[in-house]
Design a protein around this ligand. Structure first.
Ligand code: GDP
Length: 465
């Protein structure tokens, strides 16, 4: 894009930020923008460490039809009188931040400072996992979805939907109330299986996070068993098949074409600690979800319908978020566990050609470290204020009291998790955001983080070289 004042060309880096609901996207982006705008404490961010980072400012996003990431609102919530976590991502949003820096390149630096438009695209991971639908017919998707719903493990969550399904005749004349009842029961099943432990998610993603499509007919379908003979065009089967195709054509494909396929870099945030805390089944589930995510990143190459649109993502960072829930002695271990999950998933998705990396980080650190003595032993502890209503060992916290907690240790060798399916005993509580924050010389709030600067360096640093 040509700069009106200087006529110079400003390159644009489009960074996608995704992860399933509550993985930490909103917090990560708020920290990213604030740290860049205020030159936060980021020794691991090379352009800043080398004294070449000059500054950043927010700019108008070129596409006025896409909601803006409400950075100011989120920062206010976090740094106001009563700091609270802001509401998480519910739909796609974007923000442009213009970075000014001195290039390392002798020739470029002769022309004075350089600029880069960093476009941040925040979108629900649930939507990403819809991409495989593009390659499936209604009959194929229905067969897969019903097989999953009928698996013994899905019993409790899926029963009300399967009961509804048994009560209707897909070959009968279509009517909206039947379609709505089925779609509602199917959505409830997806929601419940997500809440009751399953970390991965079942498409269609908009059933869980509808964005602006809440209540629209595009979301009023459900899988149906294969009919015994060709359904009439006025049957319920034909109606739902038509809606499924409309969902693909009008929801999934435009999302891919207009947003996803234009990304240059991607960070996938993963609440790895939550999975570890929930046990081996959740860890296995997480690995399946990571495999699906990686296959989505291959869709642009492998799906002939999409190939013309796809730009190549050259780096993907997988980040285990909320690392401040464990002591720093476990940060490398957390990173190693995620790395192990990602490399297994990489093999399963036969994914190659893009640089991937795993890190453990906290966009905003809500705890500090201390120690506690127990039975003559000194244990590494984290210190923070549990959110009101959090419970552990028969205690319910009031949201005001700071405590020291032994969070548990992660295994030294990630392999041990996979060899014997050992559960990791973690003490896991959600903490309030930091209640008192330092300020820098310009009076800006400084947000504490863990390894956030290294993540930023991997994602953006080389574009500022
Ligand atoms: P999103 O749904 O992916 O946008 O998730 P959010 O960014 O809203 O994060 C969900 C919740 O996770 C927040 O409300 C916080 O409670 C917690 N969280 C996110 N990032 C951090 C972090 O760096 N440290 C801590 N302690 N909690 C975090």
């Amino acid at each position: 894009m040509a700069d009106a004042a200087t006529g110079a060309f400003t390159p644009t880096l489009r960074l996608g930020v995704t992860g399933l609901s509550r993985a930490g996207k909103t917090i990560f982006i708020t920290a990213l923008v604030h740290n860049l705008l205020t030159g936060g404490r980021m020794p691991g961010f090379t352009p800043l460490a080398e004294g070449r980072f000059i500054g950043a400012r927010l700019a108008e996003y070129p596409d006025a039809t896409i909601p803006r990431f409400t950075y100011e609102q989120h920062l206010d919530a976090l740094t106001g009188k009563h700091p609270a976590w802001p509401e998480g991502t519910r739909r796609i949003s974007q923000l442009r931040i213009v970075l000014k820096f001195q290039s390392r390149n002798w020739y470029s630096s002769l022309r004075g400072p350089s600029t880069l438009n960093l476009d941040i695209v925040d979108y629900p991971g649930e939507w990403l996992l819809d991409l495989p639908l593009l390659g499936l017919s209604f009959a194929e998707w229905s067969a897969e979805a019903l097989e999953r719903a009928r698996r013994p493990g899905s019993g409790k969550e899926a029963t009300p939907f399967l009961d509804q399904l048994a009560a209707i005749d897909p070959l009968a004349e279509a009517n909206d109330p039947d379609a709505e009842r089925l779609a509602t029961a199917f959505t409830d099943y997806l929601r419940r299986s997500r809440e009751h432990g399953a970390l991965s998610t079942l498409p269609p993603g908009r059933f869980l996070l509808p964005g602006d499509l809440e209540g629209s007919p595009a979301l009023t379908f459900a899988p149906l068993p294969a009919p015994s003979h060709t359904p009439r065009s006025t049957s319920l089967y034909a109606m739902l098949e038509h809606r499924f195709e409309a969902y693909k054509a009008q929801v999934v494909r435009p999302f891919f074409r207009d947003h996803f396929a234009r990304l240059d870099r991607q960070i996938v945030l993963v609440d790895t600690l939550r999975a570890l805390n929930a046990g081996p089944a959740a860890v296995a589930d997480l690995e399946t979800a990571l495999t699906s995510v990686l296959s989505c990143f291959r869709q642009g190459e492998t799906n002939p319908l999409l190939r013309p649109f796809a730009r190549r993502i050259d780096r993907i960072l997988f980040a285990a978020t909320k690392a401040d829930h464990v002591h720093h002695t476990s940060h490398d271990r957390l990173q190693a566990i995620l790395n192990r999950l990602v490399s297994n998933a990489t093999k399963r998705a036969r994914f190659a050609g893009t640089d991937t990396r795993s890190m453990a980080l906290a966009g905003i650190r809500a705890t500090h470290e201390g120690s506690i003595s127990e039975g003559g032993q000194t244990l590494n502890a984290i210190v923070g204020t549990p959110i009101e209503g959090e419970k552990l060992d028969g205690m319910t916290y009031d949201g005001k009291t700071e405590i020291a907690l032994f969070p548990g240790d992660l295994p030294e060798r990630p392999d041990s998790l996979f060899e014997d399916g050992n559960p990791v005993a973690l003490n896991f509580l959600r903490f309030t955001p930091p209640q008192e924050l330092d300020r820098n010389a310009s009076g800006d709030v400084v947000l504490p983080h863990i390894r956030f600067d290294r993540a930023l360096d991997y994602l953006v640093g080389d574009w500022l070289a």
